[in-house]
Write a protein that binds this ligand. Structure first.
Ligand SMILES: Nc1ncnc2c1ncn2[C@@H]1O[C@H](COP(=O)(O)OP(=O)(O)OP(=O)(O)O)[C@@H](O)[C@H]1O
Ligand SMILES: [Mg+2]
Length: 242
């Protein structure tokens, strides 16, 4: 059956110049922190930026932004995203607060369709999507939903994250989805040759972010985090590609 929401979604996304999904496959590699910081960096650069937390089961971007609880977004011929620190922002937390949200396949499909169909992002230069780990429903649904999407990939210098990273790369390449590039996160003493591995997978290597021991201090303090060395490193990495 044709879902009428799919046509509406196309229209809704027309006012967004670039949709950038942050993924990488493996869990806990820094997707949420990198997507949130990317959104804040672009916003500080004067761009109109949206951030959508697509991790419906364990959302984290609101915590990075220092929002323990989120109000309901206003409804006016659709949902108007919240304004958090100058970002147009949406997360399932507005609806669930801190209750668990066990969602199954079909519920996830519906949540994504609904979100994209009814959200009025308005004119955005960038919509940044924080994806959950894995090559599961959210990633697959997203690829069905819109072709107007680019991927910023994250991995760590570890064979364990590499296994999933390379699967995501293969999937995106098979589907002809643009990959902006990949960055190595949480680099300690060595990158263990993972730059070369990224390059030989046919993905642009964007650069590395060190492991910052005191990052935790800045979680929930978006103003302070923007003055950290991590953000400076990320800015340099993103400058050429976003
Ligand atoms: N470069 C870094 N240096 C130090 N700590 C980091 C770095 N990047 C991320 N972290 C920390 O690692 C943990 C995981 O980060 P984050 O939640 O962003 O990962 P994720 O890939 O989104 O995880 P999930 O797959 O669960 O969504 C967090 O505690 C975060 O603060
Ligand atoms: Mg995350």
């Amino acid at each position: 059956m044709i879902d009428p929401r799919k046509n509406i979604i196309k229209e809704r996304l027309e006012s967004i110049k670039r949709i950038v999904a942050v993924s990488g496959g493996k869990g806990g590699i820094g997707k949420s922190i990198i997507s949130t910081l990317t959104a804040l960096i672009l916003k500080d650069d004067g761009k109109n930026v949206g951030l959508l937390d697509m991790d419906f089961t364990s959302p984290s971007t609101h915590i990075i932004l220092g929002q323990e609880k989120l109000p309901f977004p206003k409804e006016e011929k659709g949902i108007i995203p919240l304004n958090i620190d100058g970002l147009s922002y949406l997360s399932i937390v507005s609806y669930t607060q801190d209750n668990p949200t066990p969602l199954r396949g079909e519920d996830i499909t519906n949540a994504i369709l609904e979100l994209f169909a009814i959200t009025r992002w308005g004119n955005l230069d960038y919509l940044i999507l924080d994806l959950p780990p894995g090559i599961g429903d959210v990633l697959l649904e997203l690829l069905v939903l819109t072709r107007k999407i680019e991927f910023l990939l994250v991995t760590t210098p570890s064979s364990l994250s590499w296994q999933t990273f390379i699967k995501v790369v293969r999937l995106l390449k098979e589907q002809n989805i643009p990959i902006i590039g990949a960055l190595l996160n949480m680099v300690n003493s060595s990158t263990y040759g993972f730059e070369e591995k990224i390059i030989s997978s046919g993905v642009r290597y964007l650069g590395k972010l060190d492991f910052y021991r005191d990052l935790e201090r800045y979680i929930g303090k978006p103003d302070e985090i923007m003055d950290t060395a991590m953000v400076k490193e990320l800015k340099d990495i993103l400058e050429d590609v976003l």
